[in-house]
Design a protein around this ligand. Structure first.
Ligand code: SAM
Length: 273
């Protein structure tokens, strides 16, 4: 059974709703477009590794506001299915896809990375930027590999600790800023995706670009950086309060955090060859 295409328009949230948002949803509400640790630089590398083409079916799981799905559909002509679990993200992704004039090429729909509705081997490329770490990781990685065609590629970006964090940095980030997030070392991610069935696993790492001033500017461009910061600083008092709580905590953890891009191939079995 197919899923309904999301067409809703974003509504304005109340102060109490904004208070409850996780940091990523909060940045989406402020208008930020790139919402994963490695920022645009990590997506650039993902795109290089993916070798997207016009005849491919691509799945972007945890698509956020649709930025990467739009890059893939616009840049390569591929057919993209963009899935997220959060209505807030789906509404913004659908709006952005509409504005980009790409409704014919990108389907935006509700879905859970731990229980994807697609049959085994549906997609040529499966992308998940900063999603697996929020959920049951082996199950999510297993789903990403299951829906990928034999011979297709799975590409995921995640957080990892670039150097051992101080107890304070660990507690601030995992205990307060992003409770429930699960990640550890580079080896840990390689093992997870290898156990899920990928071969030829490769990794690329880099700093937590998204939250450095240079990275923010690179990801959003001058105009959108100013618009996002303007909303955070001159917007409603509840948004200012949330930003004032968030930024010092994130800043304490930034030196220890990095992004990892994991990519690999779903092997072709003898029966499939
Ligand atoms: C850090 S944001 C990344 C968004 C987007 N991939 C990007 O890079 O801009 C994590 C995204 O994963 C989504 N998400 C969290 N749990 C999910 C799940 N179980 N299934 C699908 N998406 C999920 C969130 O709603 C959010 O949009």
């Amino acid at each position: 059974m197919g899923a309904a295409q999301i067409v809703a328009r974003p509504r304005t949230l109340t102060g109490a709703e904004v208070e409850q948002l996780d940091p990523y949803a909060f940045f989406a509400v402020l208008g930020k477009r790139v919402i994963h640790p490695g920022g645009r630089a990590a997506t650039d590398e993902l795109i290089r590794r993916a070798d997207f083409r016009a005849d491919q079916r691509v799945l972007d799981v945890g698509c956020g506001v649709g930025t990467t799905a739009i890059r893939i559909a616009r840049g390569f002509g591929a057919s993209v299915t963009a899935v997220d679990i959060a209505p807030l993200m789906l509404e913004r992704a659908a709006t952005n896809v509409d504005r980009a004039g790409l409704r014919e090429r990108i389907a935006v729909e509700d879905g859970d990375i731990c229980a994807l509705r697609f049959a085994d081997g549906t997609f040529d490329r499966v992308v998940a930027e900063a999603v697996t770490m929020f959920v049951d990781r082996p199950r999510a990685a297993g789903e990403l590999v299951r829906v990928c065609k034999p011979g297709g590629r799975v590409l995921a970006t995640e957080f990892y600790w670039r150097k051992p964090p101080t107890p304070e940095a660990r507690q601030l980030f995992l205990g307060e800023v992003c409770p429930g997030l699960q990640f550890d070392s580079l080896e840990d991610w390689v093992q997870l995706y290898t156990a899920a069935g990928l071969t030829d696993v490769r990794v690329e790492t880099g700093p937590f670009h998204m939250m450095t001033p240079a990275g923010f500017l690179h990801d959003e461009g001058l105009m959108n950086s100013m618009a996002v910061m303007g909303r955070a600083i001159f917007g409603p008092a509840y948004a200012r309060k949330k930003m004032a709580w968030l930024m010092p905590r994130v800043a304490r953890a930034v030196p220890y955090l990095g992004f990892i891009l994991v990519s690999g191939t779903r092997p072709v079995t003898v029966a499939e060859a």
